[in-house]
Design a protein around this ligand. Sequence first.
Ligand code: CO8
Length: 259
Amino acid sequence: MSTDAPILTETRGRVGLITLNRPQQLNALNDALMDALGQALLVFDADEAIGAIVITGSAKAFAAGADIAAMADWSYMDVYRSDFITRNWETIRRVRKPVLAAVAGFAMGGGCELALACDIIIAAESAKFALPEVKLAMLPGAGGTQRLPRAIGKAKAMDLCLSGRVLDAAEADRHGLVSRIVPDARLIDETLALAATLAGYSLPALMAIKESVNRAYESPLSEGIGYERRQLHARFASEDAHEGMRAFLEKRKPVFMHR
Ligand code: CO8
């Protein structure tokens, strides 16, 4: 792939790594980038040799939001007819393998929303999260008004969405927006190491856990518990689950066949 492509992809063992690559525009998320990102996610998701996916940006910006220059002249009819956001941003919701965001620098607007759509966010100490759309008289319309309250509660979400203020990594960690904070120099290595650990587990188990946690996010507790129980019962149909339990009892490392 050429180095002026909007994203770069590579594999590290069983981990697929996607790097957003518009550094001059602080990785502003235009259609070309979001189309390419969706495509890369689907390719890694379908690849038997990949168990987890990492999305990252540059040292200065994970992504500074949707591309304001691209959007400035669009009309209602343009975005309605083209199904803006739904058409390509939501591809990430179809990915069944774990997706980790490695965030350094700005994660603003759509950049913050992209991170929120990932399963795990690892933040560098430099990470800065904000939903500043209100300052443009827009709204966080790529999932921000829905995922942020579920992630950090209504009070904080209202504060951030209505004020557009910036949350530093420490505050983001305190409120449960991110999974953990690491020094900037360790961001990629630590995220890849975590992704490699996940990718070493049984893939069907990872997918069932991801589906179940997402169900908790989207349904009442009683429905979520019922769904989780069915997923648990289904684990007993998995060769890997029996291998995992046998290996524990035999005090050895399990050998997973991803079945
Ligand atoms: N879109 C397009 N270009 C951008 C964007 C963006 N979101 N962010 C930065 N850039 C460009 C700048 O225009 C600048 O370009 P140039 O060098 O040609 O002037 C270059 O990137 C570097 O940016 P700055 O000079 O501004 O860098 P600073 O370090 O001074 O500031 C900031 C960094 C604070 C991140 C600043 O760039 C900024 O405020 N950016 C905009 C942040 C923002 O408002 N994001 C939200 C966008 S709207 C959105 O994401 C909505 C998604 C939801 C669905 C869509 C509905 C709107």
